[in-house]
Every structure is written in structure tokens, then in C-alpha cells.
Design a protein around this ligand. Sequence first.
Ligand SMILES: O=C(O)CCC(=O)C(=O)O
Length: 250
Amino acid sequence: MPAIDIQECIDQVLQDGYCILRGHFPIDAIEACHAAWRPIADAHLAHHADNPNRGPNRHYIPLPFRPPLYNPAFFNDDAILAIATGILGENVIIDGFASDTPFKGSVHQDVHADLPELFPERPDVILPPHILVVNWPFVDVTTENGPFQIAAGTHLLPKSEGLSRVGAGEFPLLSLLMNVGDVLVRDPRCLHRGSPNLTDTPRVQAGFTLLRPWYIRRRLVRNPIARSYLETLSDREKDLLQRLPVDEDE
Ligand SMILES: O=C(O)CCC(=O)C(=O)O
């Protein structure tokens, strides 16, 4: 695994809005995730194939915090948590865990941020990050299968200015081509969009969010974690996962 310069990653996220850790997550663990994801996606599609929640043939699917989708190799990774702590401060917590998947027939999304502005009445005030997203693909991401596209640096602009300058072509939308094992750490305020998947293979990308502890997302769908599994985890993981609903019975 290549050595990681944590400060360089922190600086990239702060300046560009994202960094990529190449070859960072174990491939066998991701293959196990991919296999576990299929029946979850099939169950989701059985109800929602005709009303996709992220545009035509594109689905956001909340994932369970249980193995193999939950793996400490993803959620309790020293480098990722050092980057997150360096940006968000101590006591970061995890809330959402989901997959984003463009299937064949998906289209370009509108350019967007994943978050509302914290203080919409003062769009001129550019605040430091309060939330980060950690994404990792279950398949290699190519120009054909719907790469995530990002306009680097746009989290440092008022949102409406960023949107109009991306529209005017001042900020290129970069396709992030990633291999299985690569990890994207991003500020979800940085403007981005999904692009069309032209292939028959769903471009599955998992993601979880890391937050400053005072930030609460009330409308987020969070799958519960089983008490019996939570009790097997390290103290650091229990702290990270403290916001999750706990299923006492499972
Ligand atoms: O996964 C992607 O390519 C982009 C998804 C996205 O930004 C969204 O659905 O909000």
C-alpha cells in the first residue's frame, strides 16, 4: 500500500474539495461487499426500479452496518480518520452508509452539492467543512460506466456562484476514474454530478459520512446496527457509530 501523506491529503480536501487514496482498501473485502450488495439492490429494485431516487436508472440505497458491508478496514481506518480529524476536529462521528449506483440508461445529473448551506442568508461566508464523504467503488470506474464528476475548488465559492461558473465552463467537471481499492474523500459541498453508465455493469460506489459531532441530519435514512454486533467492535468504532439507531433484538 502506498505511503500516505496525511497533511497533503488534508490540504487537497481543503483546497480542491477531494483527495483519492489509491489502492487503499482491501480488494477481497470489497468483493465480499459487492456480493452482499446484489440481493440488497435486487430487493430495492423490486420496489423502486420504476421510480429511481437519483434520476433515470440511478439509485441511492441505504446499506446495513453489518459484515461484510460493515468492515473495520473501511470504517476504522487510521489514515481516513486522521484526515477526517485533521479537517473536522476531534470526536467525528459516522451517520449515513449507502451506495450510489448508475445503471445502464442513467444520464447526467444536474450539477449539485449534497448539502444545504448551513447559513443560506449569508452565502458570502465560506465556512470550513463540517462533513466529509468517504466513497469507494465496487467495480473499476471507467469513462464508460458513469464516473463521478467533480468541479474542484467549488466548495470555496458561494453555491449559486459556483453553479453559474461551472455552467459557464470556468470549472471543468473532472471524471474521477478509480479502481477497486481506491478511496475518495470529499467535501460534499464541492459541486459534482453523476454521469451516464453506458455499460451493462452497475457502477456501484459505497459511501459513508463523517460529521462534526454537533451536526445532525434529521431526515437521513439510517439503518440500525445490531446491539450484539456493536458490542464486538472497538471503543473507537463505538464512538464513531454512536449516532446510529441500535437494534436490541437482532
Ligand atoms: O455516484 C455518482 O456518480 C453521483 C451521485 C450523486 O451525486 C447523487 O446522487 O447525489
